[in-house]
Design a protein around this ligand. Sequence first.
Ligand SMILES: NC(=O)c1ccc[n+]([C@@H]2O[C@H](COP(=O)([O-])OP(=O)(O)OC[C@H]3O[C@@H](n4cnc5c(N)ncnc54)[C@H](OP(=O)(O)O)[C@@H]3O)[C@@H](O)[C@H]2O)c1
Length: 250
Amino acid sequence: MKIEGNTVLITGGGTGIGFALADALVKAGNEVIICGRRESVLKEAKQKLPQLHIKVCDVSVERQRKALVSWISSNFLNFNMLINNAGIQRMIDFTSGESNRYTDEDEIDINLKAPVRLCELFVPLLMKQKQAAIVNVSSGLGFCPIAVMPVYCATKAAMHSFTVSVRHQLRKTSVKVFEIIPPIVDTDLDKGGRDERQQEERGIPPSEVAVTAMKGLAKDEYEIAVGEAEGLKMGALKNPDELFQHMNQW
Ligand SMILES: NC(=O)c1ccc[n+]([C@@H]2O[C@H](COP(=O)([O-])OP(=O)(O)OC[C@H]3O[C@@H](n4cnc5c(N)ncnc54)[C@H](OP(=O)(O)O)[C@@H]3O)[C@@H](O)[C@H]2O)c1
C-alpha cells in the first residue's frame, strides 16, 4: 500500500495510538481526518497538528456512524483509507454479579460492532478508489487473553477473525485489509487500571506503533504485530495453555 497521498479516517485519532498514526500519516503526505467523542480532545490534537480535519462522532451510535460516512463521502472525494482504531478497555469481574457495562460504555459496541459497521458502510466508497485500505487495530490480547479483561480480549480476538475474513472477501478488489496488533502501549486506554493492578509495565510509546505500522503498510504486511505482540501471537499458536498460565498468575 502506498503510504503517501491517501485520504485517511482514523477513529479515535485524537489520542494515543490513533494520534501517533495521524502524526506519522500527515508527515508522510496524507490528508488525515480524525474522529472521537470529545470535541476538546480533537481540538487539542488539531492545535498540535493543524493539517488535521476533525469530526465529533461516537462510532458506537448508528446514526452518528451514518452521518460520518455521509460527511466523508460529500467532503472527501478521494477518501481511500479507514483506520478502525477507537477502543476502550475495562476490567470486569464476573464473580461480582452483574457489572455496570450495559449502563456505561460497552466494549462490544465500541471495539467490535462499530468497526464491523464502519467496514460495511465504507467498503462501497473504498471500492471506487484505485488503491484503498481498511486497517483494523486489534491487540496482542486478542491472541492470548488476560482474564481480568474478559470482554476486551474477546472483542480483540473477534476483530482478528473478522479482519481475516474481510481480507479474503475483498482480495479481488482494490481494498487491502490490514491488522495492526499492538503490545502494551503507554496511553490512557486503561484509565488508571494499571495503577490499580500495580502494573509497572507501561509499555512502548505510541509513536513506536506508528513507525512499525507505516513500514508494515508500505510492505503490504497484512498482519503487523508490533514488538512483543509478535511473541504473543506466536506463543498462542505454539503453546496457548502455557502462555495463558504465564499471563494470568494471580
Ligand atoms: N494501549 C495499549 O496498551 C493497547 C494495546 C493493544 C491495542 N490497543 C488498541 O489501540 C487502540 C487505541 O487505543 P489507545 O491505547 O491509543 O487508547 P486511547 O488513547 O484511550 O485512545 C482511544 C481513542 O478512542 C476514542 N474512542 C473511544 N470510544 C469511542 C467512541 N465510541 N467513538 C469514537 N471514538 C472513541 C477515544 O476518544 P474519545 O474518548 O474522545 O471518544 C480515544 O481517542 C484501541 O483499539 C486499543 O484497544 C491499545
